[in-house]
Design a protein around this ligand. Sequence first.
Ligand SMILES: C[S@@+](CC[C@H](N)C(=O)[O-])C[C@H]1O[C@@H](n2cnc3c(N)ncnc32)[C@H](O)[C@@H]1O
Length: 232
Amino acid sequence: MSGSNRYAIDDVAFIGRTANEYERMFDLDLSAWEDESILDCPGGACAFVATANDRGIDAVGADLMYGMSPGDLRQRCEADIDTAIAGFDGVEDQFVWSFYDDVADVRDHWTAAYEQFIEDYADYHDTDRYVEARLPDLPFDDDSFSLVLSAHLLFLYMDDLSHEFHEESLLELARVASDEVRTFPLARFDGKRYPRLDDLRETLADAGYDTELRSVPFRFLRDEPEMLVIEA
Ligand SMILES: C[S@@+](CC[C@H](N)C(=O)[O-])C[C@H]1O[C@@H](n2cnc3c(N)ncnc32)[C@H](O)[C@@H]1O
């Protein structure tokens, strides 16, 4: 954690969300995407790919950590959850407690997500379901996925990732999507929205992509609950 009095994580944490959280963060009705393909990048320790495949969706996760063994990822995730949870101490009021009851509830969600993820990753990490990849370069052809989801890397870690990284990553996510890219959240942990979001939208427009800010039924950060949608 940083030494300042706002929530921050020094390194990008290897943690993840449940499919239910993703459905809300991305205002996603999974039944509408059956038989379609979805990329989750970065997938982290998310249960989304496991659940989506169970629901008949061809879902793929991509993350720079997916070269690691299931055992090593489990250890990394448990340590990162401990660090990230400890960071809430004294700064709980910087968050909106409507979806989660309290910090213990956040831990319960993250734990449920990574346990489901690790089980699926143990079975499928040697397949195309979990792909080691590092933004802003993805090892996929143009239009490989109907829908691309990207949560809790871009914008959230704005202090560590350059504007150019944001530009290149969004263009790359759009390149591999045939329908839409959805990105959430649009702010740092303390709710400060990415200051150059309009510039990014202009860059995407120049590259031929329409964008939209769309409301989502999920709030934890003190930012407007919106995702960035890129029409691919
Ligand atoms: C906080 S987790 C978010 C995981 C998931 N999307 C979620 O919302 O729960 C951030 C993830 O980004 C991954 N990551 C960091 N930099 C990356 C990069 N350049 N390319 C791909 N993944 C990256 C980390 O390994 C980590 O798993």
